[in-house]
Design a protein around this ligand. Structure first.
Ligand SMILES: Cc1cc2nc3c(=O)[nH]c(=O)nc-3n(C[C@H](O)[C@H](O)[C@H](O)COP(=O)(O)OP(=O)(O)OC[C@H]3O[C@@H](n4cnc5c(N)ncnc54)[C@H](O)[C@@H]3O)c2cc1C
Length: 308
């Protein structure tokens, strides 16, 4: 075992994994985390903690993940390349590891122009692939970047990365995944998938390249709350393809029924994803909708979660 995390064990034992994310509060209110986390207890194998998603300042993912550890839950700490140079990254990874965090997701991060700090300086000292390699070096070789001295103590971290399978240019997406796997990614969580046909095609390429055997791929899903949300995602998130049939379904029900229809669509998607060879699980990103996770996992027949 690389990190002995629950997520690693669930995947290693061949169970269909479930991860779900929570967004930290825009301040220091711990009760927000505790309330959100309880919706996920026993319903996800690990809980992703976003890192200032959409470039909006929130409580740090490290602090939030450490609170989850204290609550007896398992976090996946997300870390962006947008806000830290390699000194801060390595220092934070040491701290996270010391606090009992055993999974992390290395990501670029949404551009600062998305959020509320538009004039913030972006860092990008390392890109997401280099960050994956950095964590692997700390864990497997006990070496910091460009430093020959061995680090003190172990960094048992199960390493994740994100991919956006349906973002143009499509022909490079599987190659992009390969680079992350070659750098050391143990698991992948994808951007939200709505177009199952295109996703199936992408997975065929992934299987043809043998990548599903080298890394666990969790398909990302973002439940739609309304037709307006679908439009927002299409307009603002590169690579989010929402087929016309899905937009018609969510627009075709009265507004007060749209959220329910969104969950029905999501559950149907999970059923289809379970049939795709090479998929190891799902990652549910219920944005500001953590309280809907119990209903989603129950309706999608993802319970009970395995005890490993
Ligand atoms: C599961 C998931 C969780 C996320 N969580 C967060 C979060 O917590 N906080 C947040 O701010 N954002 C988050 N995001 C948003 C994400 O970081 C952005 O969508 C980002 O644009 C893509 O991240 P990535 O790590 O996949 O990017 P990368 O794989 O690093 O790629 C980003 C883009 O840059 C290009 N690129 C990357 N490296 C190079 C290079 N060396 N040369 C040329 N082109 C390059 C890629 O082709 C791609 O188009 C999340 C996204 C996903 C899918």
């Amino acid at each position: 075992m690389k990190a002995d995390s629950n997520l690693e064990k669930v995947l290693k034992e061949g169970h269909f994994a479930v991860t779900a994310e929570i967004g930290p509060p825009r301040g220091a209110d711990i009760s927000v985390i505790k309330n959100k986390a309880e919706f996920l207890r026993g319903r996800a194998d690990a809980v992703n903690v976003t890192d200032c998603q959409t470039a909006v300042v929130r409580m740090s993912s490290i602090a939030t993940a450490a609170i989850l550890v204290q609550m007896g839950m398992e976090p996946v700490m997300q870390m962006t390349c947008r806000d830290r140079n390699r000194i801060a990254m390595q220092s934070d990874i040491f701290g996270a590891s010391a606090l009992g965090i055993r999974n992390m997701l290395a990501i670029s991060g949404d551009h600062q122009s998305f959020g509320s700090q538009k004039t913030a300086k972006k860092v990008f000292d390392l890109d997401s692939i280099q960050l994956v390699g950095l964590v692997k070096g700390l864990r497997d070789e006990k070496k910091m970047l460009g430093d020959e001295d061995a680090i003190q103590g172990d960094i048992p971290m199960f390493i994740g990365a994100a991919v956006n399978p349906l973002a143009p240019p499509l022909e490079f997406r599987a190659l992009h995944l390969k680079k992350k796997i070659d750098a050391g990614a143990d698991f992948i969580q994808t951007q939200g998938i709505y177009d199952m046909e295109k996703f199936r095609d992408w997975m065929k390429t992934v299987r043809d390249m043998g990548l599903d055997k080298k890394c666990s791929i969790l398909a990302g899903l973002v439940p739609l709350k309304s037709a307006g949300m679908a439009k927002y995602l299409i307009d603002n998130v590169p690579g989010i393809n929402i087929p016309e049939s899905v937009i018609k379904r969510i627009s075709g029900v009265p507004q007060e029924k749209a959220a329910e229809e969104g969950i029905t669509i999501l559950c149907e998607s999970i059923e289809q994803i379970r049939e795709i060879k090479g998929i190891a699980g799902v990652h549910i990103m219920a944005i500001q909708w953590e309280h809907k996770i119990p209903e989603i996992v129950e309706r999608a027949k993802l319970l009970p979660r395995p005890l490993v």
